[in-house]
Design a protein around this ligand. Structure first.
Ligand code: BMA
Length: 321
């Protein structure tokens, strides 16, 4: 890649394709990612040949090669007990909930009424304790923060509003019990006009805790004559009060460029649902064109340096037409 690129793609990309699955499917993409001991675990969205999605686990020692993928879907939709999962479950994000020492998987359930936010808890990524729908349609791209704020859980999500003068913005909400959510407010608005993130924005991986604040990676959608382009930008929220946005990048930081990102089931999409901090290095795991999975790394210091010189505060962005 050019010398100004902050992220370096793994040269063996894509790291996982549908051919790597032990069973037939249409596509594997948009994975959540966590580190458990020495192992990297991906919870991947797999779209079957009916067009419906489920979640499947892949594990690897180095996080890049030699993936061991579950022989059957790890978490399949359960439409009988959970009718909101009728048309599948998609795009998981995983957060380790430090106060209760367990993993929360937040995912999109594709219900008859539209996509909504669902949640399950797990200790082993084999058994999932479903908590059902936690936010109604249309809402997706949600993830928990790992800690509480004033004894309340916090979640970022992306409700959809189609009315004129509104838009699809990133919101933050709070809950005393993980089930009932309130104090909803916009955290990162979609911009307008020609901006790369004018038409929609949505959280990508869960917020990442750093010394400088919660690092947020989000996708921005730009609609043009040939369709939509999904690119990635950065933002930073205050550690103590994540409703305060400290920074937001003006430019995108990662975009579809390689053939496997440009062409697929949905062209020109990069869509990470997980990232892993390894010392100074951040590794994103992303869906490529809704078809396969790629991996890219960046230096955390370089991301912060870049964000400082490309910072456009929330206030300024809100004022932009
Ligand atoms: C979004 C989500 C993602 C998908 C993307 C591009 O709305 O549904 O799952 O990768 O569109 O198709």
């Amino acid at each position: 890649m050019g010398k100004n690129e902050l992220f370096t793609r793994f040269e063996g990309n894509p790291i996982i394709t549908v051919q790597d699955l032990p069973y037939q499917a249409n596509a594997v993409f948009n994975p959540a990612a966590v580190r458990i001991g020495e192992e990297t675990l991906l919870l991947m969205r797999v779209e079957d040949r009916r067009g419906l999605s489920h979640l499947t686990v892949a594990r690897s020692k180095d996080g890049i090669t030699d993936w061991h993928i579950d022989a059957v879907p790890t978490m399949a939709p359960q439409a009988v007990s959970h009718p909101e999962e009728l048309w599948g479950i998609e795009d998981p994000r995983i957060t380790y909930l430090e106060p209760i020492l367990t993993w929360a998987v937040v995912y999109t359930s594709y219900s008859k009424g539209g996509p909504l936010v669902s949640m399950a808890l797990t200790d082993d990524f084999k058994h999932f304790e479903r908590k059902g729908s936690i936010l109604p349609p249309e809402d997706k791209d949600a993830a928990f923060f790992p800690v509480q704020f004033g004894r309340r859980w916090a979640m970022i999500h992306r409700p959809y509003s189609s009315g004129e003068g509104t838009g699809s913005h990133i919101w933050i909400s709070f809950s005393p019990d993980m089930q009932h959510w309130g104090d909803h407010q916009i955290l990162i608005p979609a911009r307008k006009g020609g901006w790369w993130d004018a038409n929609k924005v949505g959280l990508c991986p869960p917020p990442l805790r750093t010394d400088k604040g919660w690092l947020i990676m989000y996708h921005g959608v730009q609609d043009n004559a040939s369709g939509s382009i999904y690119r990635l930008g950065l933002a930073l929220a205050d550690l103590e009060d994540p409703t305060i946005l400290l920074a937001r990048s003006d430019e995108w930081v990662f975009a579809p460029q390689m053939p496997y990102e440009m062409v697929g089931n949905v062209d020109k999409v990069v869509f990470p649902c997980g990232w892993i901090l390894d010392g100074e290095s951040v590794r994103i795991y992303y869906g490529c064109a809704d078809t396969c999975i790629g991996c890219a790394t960046a230096s955390l210091t370089e991301l912060f340096d870049w964000l400082e010189t490309h910072n456009m505060t929330a206030k300024q962005s809100l004022g932009l037409e």
